[in-house]
Design a protein around this ligand. Structure first.
Ligand SMILES: C[S@@+](CC[C@H](N)C(=O)[O-])C[C@H]1O[C@@H](n2cnc3c(N)ncnc32)[C@H](O)[C@@H]1O
Length: 250
């Protein structure tokens, strides 16, 4: 897909979804269906590099996480690995909440975080039950790409951040060059086959490469972030651009 056609993308569009509401429902059902095997598949399919990406992202925001009484929201938290990485970097007084709209994913997050002060909330990232200007940091790891409306998702993050608060969106990218070609063979053919085999569910692991292909390029995403109200926006590639971190300050 060329960058110009990516620029017109509104949000995720799983097969068969015709509008944002049905796209959201399809995404929720899809993640609920793979929740039992989600962690295993993540680590296997990424050769455990996912742990490094969460760790690097949390490390980038150590100064906010260490502030006393800092408030952090991890959107699309899934089974909570990004949230737990944030917790490990945070000071004692940090209040960190993970949000996801799949109950099955949150059940796993809750079980994995027993004994920590993390809190979990079942809600849609496009319409969150918090008053304006509540958070110092809002993160989303491999979840933002799945939102039914990207600009609405960015506006909701801006609404919830305090002035000067920061946003971190970690998501997949499309590496270029020879490595990119090899990676695409793995991502489009090998990964869906292994994902389907281990999860026992066909759709989600074909949706993954399709959703990354549809996702705006870094230039387009940074433009959208600026238009939503962020300043100091940047994108840092991780592991040759297989993933990357978008940052912005309100
Ligand atoms: C690929 S998983 C990422 C989970 C976790 N952040 C990680 O890094 O492993 C994407 C998660 O986003 C959630 N999600 C997608 N759209 C959402 C929305 N509109 N509101 C809340 N959660 C959403 C899904 O339920 C799923 O758990």
């Amino acid at each position: 897909m060329s960058n110009s056609s990516k620029a017109t993308v509104i949000g995720a569009a799983p097969q068969g979804a015709s509008d944002p509401a049905s796209a959201g429902r399809a995404v929720r059902e899809m993640f609920t269906s793979i929740a039992p095997r989600y962690d295993l598949l993540n680590h296997v399919l990424s050769f455990n590099v996912d742990r490094l990406w969460w760790w690097k992202t949390a490390r980038s925001f150590a100064s906010i996480l260490q502030r006393s009484d800092t408030r952090v929201l991890d959107l699309c938290c899934g089974t909570g690995d990004m949230t737990l990485a944030l917790r490990r970097r945070a000071g004692e007084s940090a209040k960190i909440v993970g949000v996801d709209f799949s109950h099955a994913m949150l059940q796993r997050a809750s079980a994995k975080s027993a004994g920590t002060p993390l809190r979990w909330l079942e809600a849609d990232a496009l319409c969150l039950p918090f008053p304006d200007q509540q958070f110092d940091l809002i993160t989303a790891a491999f979840g933002f790409r799945n939102l039914a409306e990207y600009d609405a998702g960015l506006r909701e993050i801006v609404r919830l951040l305090r002035p000067d608060g920061e946003c971190a969106i970690l998501d997949f990218g499309e590496p270029r060059g020879v490595l990119g070609k090899l990676y695409r063979i793995y991502f489009k053919h090998v990964l869906p086959a292994i994902g389907t085999l281990i999860s026992g569910v066909r759709g989600p692991y074909a949706y993954l490469p399709a959703s990354v292909e549809r996702f705006p390029s870094p230039e387009e995403m940074l433009g959208r972030m600026r238009r939503a109200g962020f300043r100091e926006v940047s994108w840092t590639p991780y592991t040759f651009g297989i993933a990357g971190l978008y940052r912005g300050r309100k």
